[in-house]
Design a protein. Sequence first.
Length: 76
Amino acid sequence: MERKRDARDKFVELANKRVTRTIKDLRLIGNLANKRAYIYTDTDAKKIVRALQREVDVLKARFRGDDGEDDSIFSL
């Protein structure tokens, strides 16, 4: 029973840290949409959104117990 509690506590601790960090990073990526500061094409934007959506889909699959692909190297 103690081991389950430790595993749960560790999960909550890591989930809180990682999800918070990821939300911050997503907001930083969103800042790239500022056309006054950056030059990008619609193709660039779509590629970024596609890559992020693909990773969210893999995440969902892993929580469902399916094997998710883990080959994410991003490049424009």
